[in-house]
Design a protein around this ligand. Sequence first.
Ligand SMILES: Nc1ncnc2c1ncn2[C@@H]1O[C@H](COP(=O)(O)OP(=O)(O)OP(=O)(O)O)[C@@H](O)[C@H]1O
Ligand SMILES: [Mg+2]
Length: 357
Amino acid sequence: MFGLQSLFGLKSYLGVDIGTTSIKVAEVVRSSNGAKLKNYGILETYTYLDRSNEALQTSSLKLIDTETATYLKLLMSRAGIKTDRVVASLPAFSAFTTLVELPAMPPEDLARTMQFQAKQYVPLPIAAVTLDWLKVGERIDENGAKKDQIFLIAILNEQINKYRKIFEAADLKLVAMEVEGISQARVFTAGVKEPVMIIDIGARSTGFSIAQNGFLKFTGQTDFAGGSLTQILASGLGVSTRKAEELKKQHGLTGGGATGELSTLIRPILDVIINEAKRIKNNYEDTYKEKVGLIVLAGGGSRLPGVANYISQQLDIVAEKGNPFKKVEYPPELTPLIEDLRTVLSTSIGLGLKSDL
Ligand SMILES: Nc1ncnc2c1ncn2[C@@H]1O[C@H](COP(=O)(O)OP(=O)(O)OP(=O)(O)O)[C@@H](O)[C@H]1O
Ligand SMILES: [Mg+2]
């Protein structure tokens, strides 16, 4: 009679992260002893390099849903994934989020207050969004009053319906959805007392999140990202976007001699991203009187050679590549790949770890 209890307690979920250029899925098995990555799949499309309107995820929400569903099915069968319970991430641009400080009150009162107050904070028609909120911290303000910090999320109904359709068409059960920054906050900052800034450098956009103790508190975004780096290299060097993409991945900021020109072209774009990070960090620190103590990098762009060092120098804070495997086990045969997978799978793994399912 060993292990039966925990066997029954096993639950697996599929975290699905649909980005502009790729779909990343992670099958996470959870038990009372912790969590384990059972399987994963990544499907990248390169067509966006040539035609930007073929991106999987577009801010205009005009994505051809059936195509994404087809890609998902393909990915599932290739990876041999059987779990059909999905937790999906919503792109940052489809949600409005804000941190609201309210006098401490019981949850029932908070629910009533938020129903009334939310429209005051959300700059979108209330009928077009679904609201959610979560207590993420508390603070004694300048006047000595105890405040609850409530993270308010408004998601476009259009986006929610779109996701429902995609997963239905892919024969998957959508159990929950959350904004991508929330999953990253969970996976990178659970148990971390000081505020951490997560910089997710994707293809189309870079997301900034300030998180603490596993909770997302503050977000920002810029359209300068991995794709902008490729574009500047292509035009600056007079090469095709595919060639530029290859050079970027190979040399990044670490090139010397003939490839030194790459860093000269890349740096100004990274500086725009870094300046935005500074602005968000200063804004947070001034408002909440707490210093950001660490930068964690995520997304495919965080694999740019030399980027962690450069960001760390410019912001004068330690910057490291995120590691979702600190608390999540993985099959030993993945060991040689883990270095490449850690930043890419962070959102999907974070989704698979969502607790209130
Ligand atoms: N080794 C590498 N060096 C530099 N950049 C890389 C590397 N590997 C991937 N990238 C870049 O990462 C980007 C893709 O990252 P990611 O998969 O996180 O994006 P996405 O989630 O699809 O996009 P988005 O978050 O903007 O919707 C591309 O711009 C790609 O060029
Ligand atoms: Mg992404």
